[in-house]
Design a protein around this ligand. Sequence first.
Ligand code: IPD
Ligand code: CA
Ligand code: CA
Ligand code: CA
Length: 269
Amino acid sequence: VQSSPSQLQVFLDIATEAALCAGAVLQTHWGKLENIREKGRPGDLVTEADKAAEGAVLEVLRRHVPDHSILAEESGQFDNAQSNYLWAIDPLDGTTNYAHQYPFFAVSIGLLIDGVPQVGVVFDPIHNQLFRAAKGLGATCNRQPIRVSQTADLEKSLLVTGFAYDRRQTFDTNYREFCHLTHLTQGVRRDGAAALDLAYVACGHLDGYWERGLSTWDIAAGIVLVEEAGGKVTAYDRTPFDLASGRILATNGHLHNALSHELMTMKSP
Ligand code: IPD
Ligand code: CA
Ligand code: CA
Ligand code: CA
């Protein structure tokens, strides 16, 4: 289905309402967690804040778009086979940071239309930064337009990556990539919240981001932010991005070929 700009704007406003509600929930629980559990894998945490924030998002979506499908990190998938719309919700991206009171986390809400991310909102309640974008409508932070950086040399770039909870996914690969790119750039950050990593690429704080082992809810919103801010999102090898692969390369565009080349050709140390 083709959504008109005015329809996308309506969805963007619904996503914003939901993200602000969830952000208020995260503010309430900040520093006061009583229930931190592991979800199976060591280090993969869930808290009462994740669940309460997700409840707040679901309440807003059920009120405005009850017939759309939903994929939410903590409560799973609710499918409406008739619907072309899928909301991908990460109520708290950066749970480990949040649990340790490291102030880098966000609510992430993306809308996929026929499988393609087209609306994205990422809200960082601690720094009160609201990142929003919709296909063809541009990207903003606190309602001011944002653009990716102009950095065109890897040697002058600041990058970011992340490591999946499943260490087997990253042990031989991302640590190697992390070391390799640390030597070639001005630095590689590991901030621990994929949605915010992408938002920071979109607004030019960071020049590029790569990661593997991601879920749709981690990146659906951030992809729209980066693309609408003038950046580029593909697979590592620059073929079209595939959400199901869990792998993403997102850059300001100028660094895309160089970073892809390093990821594809680097040798073991
Ligand atoms: C995690 C964060 C982290 C990334 C992990 C994600 P969560 O999400 O985005 O940066 O490296 O792969 O699972 O569990 O904090 O929502
Ligand atoms: Ca996440
Ligand atoms: Ca989460
Ligand atoms: Ca999680």
